[in-house]
Write a protein that binds this ligand. Sequence first.
Ligand code: FES
Length: 104
Amino acid sequence: MSGWTKVAKLADVAEGAAVPVEAGGRQLALYNLGGGEMRCTANVCTHAFALLTDGWLEEGVIECPLHGGRFDVRTGKGLCAPIEEDIATFPVRAEGEDILVELP
Ligand code: FES
């Protein structure tokens, strides 16, 4: 599955929430940053195995629940130790009631 793929309903991702979804065999994280801004990254931390959606989202930064690594969810950039590798990001858009993610 590639191209724009429906992954959730807008109503499923409340403002300030980080929600796990699966599409195209990938585990993804959807983030509602407020003001209509939606973002998507891979959900599995690049450090070890943890789901970022089990962590804490604040001001566009997700903190991993396992060792406290943080990523900028807009760029995927790893912001602090122990993160050594940035996380993949994917384009997101809303269409009607749906959230679509563009998968490679
Ligand atoms: S698994 Fe995410 S910081 Fe270690």
